[in-house]
Design a protein around this ligand. Structure first.
Ligand code: G16
Length: 559
């Protein structure tokens, strides 16, 4: 076994290393600055593991974007020097975010480091990200990310074992002696543990039968990390043809795609499904935690509706037959469609701030089985991350049980519960000063009770303001309070307008405007959500003065 010595390298704090909604996402060029990656990893290890650091075991994986391999090599050297005893590293550094969560839990490690900027574009001129997950397999809570940030402001040195090189292309265990301690790197197949788990959760033979009975699927991995998982699950296990899966080779720049599965950036899938040859379509983002589901003729399931339909049909999935259903949750901007199901089923439905990290405590406390976010995230307590492939398999399970099409399932749901019309407008990369000004004005509007009871009219519709606030959340498990989580403007008919700034962008400010309106009249169900919500959209733009302040007349993305 080769022996190595580590050394301390002097460094100084670098500004702006504050993790956002999900990890520290910055341009690759920022990460490539001297000591940038090293500083952040050192602080992550110290704050994330505390007195468990020496002797700990961690998982390291990433979405395969540019700089992942380079960062993985640095992480191995820094972990070795900090007394970590074992790293479980995915082969070639490739592992989806849900698979990392699965592996952390399965092997009961002390946590993991995920290298991803998720749905942000990749490549030398695009984005990179580093995220720390704790021993429960979920994204670190704010207390940990705040502690990491505090350390980045005072760091003076990091520890590194420069000469140690592990070969991450080769499966198996490599052992080293570092400063007299044992250190090992186990390189694992990134797909196996995850696929084994999916086979326990779902009835693969039932879903396979659905495909062999003629359901023609189209699965688009958007050149992200899910490609090998998609091939294994859909082609090898479920019997789909190779032509049913596309963009399945992970590429460092995602082949120039913006790997965000929504109607704008997954337009390829939408256009193919619109031809009517496929009965089910799904796309996943760069790191595999997001999903978009479409039916024949590109019938779009909003993530909020997807959550509600699954909530109503968990009995179609063997996992929940075993565990029972312990409750539901959604992020605050996600529509209230799932709340209606929860009410009917007499289950709790929690409303948490945007960010998957807020679901973990509820799951660990046995209060939550299924949750989701409007940002194309759906998942359950099988792991502690949202899970794109899981969502696709869950929907296929419902189809296989009900023997109905995507559209029929959705329409049946609306008939039962009514329809929560929903849309989100993104204004990407705005200048920060006017965006902050807008949020400040909205905050004043929300905190000044004088607007309550006021009427707002547009397009022949009038809404009365019932409540406005800046959403704050108290975690029911540990009592932690998270403030300033978005402006809520709620009308007397439960229609809602929400504004918040994205926490995942790498530059400028992205404004998100969320609009929701409920209709119980079946005559309305087939209308286009943009038409139904037009009056509320106009009112939202008027109250916020978004166009006047930012100069943006149209959003960058509408979903
Ligand atoms: C991350 C978080 C999600 C969150 C989303 C959007 O997703 O994990 O919980 O909903 O960001 O955040 P924002 O609106 O602040 O941009 P991902 O897929 O980027 O990891």
């Amino acid at each position: 076994m080769s022996s190595f010595s580590s050394s301390n390298v002097s460094t100084s704090p670098i500004e702006g290393q504050k993790p956002g909604t999900s990890g520290l996402r910055k341009a690759v060029k920022v990460y490539q600055q001297q000591n940038y990656t090293e500083n952040f990893i050192q602080c992550t290890l110290l704050a994330g593991l505390g007195d468990k650091l020496v002797g700990s075991t961690l998982v390291v994986g990433g979405d395969g974007r540019y700089y992942c391999v380079d960062a993985t090599r640095r992480i191995i050297k820094i972990c070795a020097a900090n007394g970590v005893s074992k790293l479980i590293v995915s082969q070639n550094g490739l592992m989806s975010t849900p698979a990392v969560s699965c592996v952390i839990r399965k092997y009961k490690t002390d946590g993991g480091i995920i290298l991803t900027a998720s749905h942000n574009p990749g490549g030398p001129n695009a984005d990179f990200g580093i995220k720390f997950n704790t021993a429960n397999g979920g994204p670190a809570p704010e207390s940990v990310t705040d502690a990491i940030f505090e350390l980045t402001k005072t760091i003076t040195e990091y520890r590194i074992c420069h000469s140690l090189e592990a070969d991450i292309t080769r499966l198996g265990i490599q052992t080293f002696q570092v400063d007299g301690r044992d250190f090992s790197v186990e390189v694992i197949d990134p797909v196996k543990d995850y696929v084994d788990y999916m086979k326990e959760i779902f009835d693969f033979s039932l879903i396979g039968q659905l495909l062999s009975d003629g359901l023609n699927v189209l699965i688009n991995a958007m050149n992200g990390v899910t490609g090998p998982y998609v091939k294994k699950i859909f082609v090898d296990e479920l019997g789909a043809q190779k032509s049913n899966v596309v963009n399945c080779t992970p590429l460092e720049d995602f082949g120039g795609l913006h790997p965000d599965p929504n109607l704008t950036y997954a337009a390829d899938l939408v256009n193919e499904l619109a031809k009517g040859h496929h009965g089910f379509g799904a796309a996943f983002d760069g790191d595999g935690d997001r999903n978009m589901i479409l039916g024949q003729n590109a019938f779009f399931i909003t993530p909020s509706d997807l959550l509600a339909v699954l909530a109503d049909n968990l009995d179609c999935i063997p996992y929940f037959k075993k565990t029972g259903v312990k409750g539901y949750a959604r992020s605050m901007p996600t529509s209230g469609a799932v709340d209606r199901v929860a009410k009917a089923k007499k289950q709790n439905c929690y409303e948490v701030p945007t960010g998957w990290k807020f679901f973990g405590n509820l799951m660990d406390a046995g209060r939550l089985s299924l949750c989701g976010e409007e940002s194309f995230g759906t998942g359950s307590d099988h792991i502690r991350e949202k899970d794109g492939l899981w969502a696709a398999l869950a929907w296929l399970s419902v189809m296989a049980n009900k023997k109905k099409s995507v559209e029929e399932i959705m329409k049946e749901h609306w008939k039962k519960y009514g329809r929560n019309f929903y849309t989100r407008y993104d204004y990407e990369n705005c200048e920060s000063t006017p965006a902050n000004q807008m949020m400040e004005n909205l905050n004043k509007f929300a905190s000044d009770g004088s607007h309550i009871g006021q009427s707002y009219s547009s397009g022949g519709k009038t809404y009365t303001l019932a409540k406005a606030d800046n959403f704050a959340y108290t975690d029911p498990v540990d009592g932690m309070v998270s403030k300033n989580q978005g402006i809520r403007i709620i009308f007397s008919d439960d229609s809602r307008i929400i504004f918040r700034l994205s926490g995942t962008g790498s530059s400028g400010s992205t404004i998100r405007m969320y609009i929701e309106g409920y209709e119980a009249d079946p005559a309305m169900f087939s209308l286009d959500s943009q038409d139904v919500l037009k009056p509320l959209i106009e009112i939202a733009l008027r109250i916020s003065q978004l166009r006047e302040l930012t100069g943006r007349q149209e959003p960058t993305v509408i979903t």
